[in-house]
Design a protein around this ligand. Structure first.
Ligand code: TZP
Ligand code: MG
Length: 214
């Protein structure tokens, strides 16, 4: 289990796997991100099938060896089965309260919030952090809600009792802006998974997130 301060540090450079990256497997993506300094990893696969189970397990084991917290998007039962550190759920997924019951008291439970209004009506009792976005336009999530911009991020961070992770259209330059507007961390997919040079992109993210001290 991570204490709140340790979790906050871990959220800083949060890499999420891309299920649409041609010729770049989720495990390879995670290796590149962690090698560069990613502080937390989420497995996200919108068309997960049981045949993907071994991949999730391999990523989980790799994160354990590298001592990087690993969470699974959408599926608390999968998260629990592979022994992940936590789960991330959206507003239309398993409610955080049930995710907490499935995962146990020591797990990390994150919830997505797409606006200040949504933040105000979300029950956060069983949550450890919120993911908020899209902050900037993104091509990675076709059904993303309204872009919140840095001002939206700032008001949500000011209002949230939990650390806020900004997501959506973020790369190294915008990461710095997100931190300046109250984000505890930035979550990224395509700036690494679809970069011409993923190692270079991940290293630039690590620099922007100042993660050498985490
Ligand atoms: N939730 C809001 S935006 C987004 C998710 C999962 C996609 C983020 O991907 P990218 O490539 O970092 O913009
Ligand atoms: Mg979801």
């Amino acid at each position: 289990m991570l204490k709140p301060d340790a979790l906050r540090r871990r959220l800083r450079f949060y890499f999420i796997t891309d299920d649409q990256a041609e010729g770049f497997s989720a495990l390879e993506q995670v290796r590149v991100a962690i090698e560069a300094g990613a502080t937390m990893v989420q497995y996200r696969n919108k068309s997960f099938q049981l045949t993907d189970y071994a991949t999730v397990e391999a990523i989980c084991r790799y994160c354990q060896v590298r001592r990087v917290p690993f969470v699974v998007n959408d599926h608390p039962l999968l998260a629990r089965a592979v022994g992940a550190d936590g789960v991330h759920v959206g507003q239309d997924d398993t409610p955080p309260q049930l995710a907490r019951r499935i995962m146990g008291p020591r797990a990390i439970v994150g919830v997505s919030v797409s606006s200040l209004a949504e933040l105000e009506r979300t029950e956060l009792t069983d949550c450890d952090y919120i993911g908020t976005g899209p902050i900037f336009p993104t091509g990675t999530k076709p059904d993303a809600k309204t872009v919140q911009g840095l001002s939206g991020l700032q008001s949500m961070a000011a209002r949230s009792p939990l650390p806020v992770v900004a997501i959506g259209g973020i790369g190294p330059g915008r990461a710095r802006d997100c931190f300046a507007h109250g984000a505890a961390g930035v979550a990224v997919i395509s700036c690494i998974s679809r970069a011409a040079n993923p190692i270079k992109a991940a290293t630039a993210m690590a620099d922007a997130c100042n993660v050498s001290s985490v």
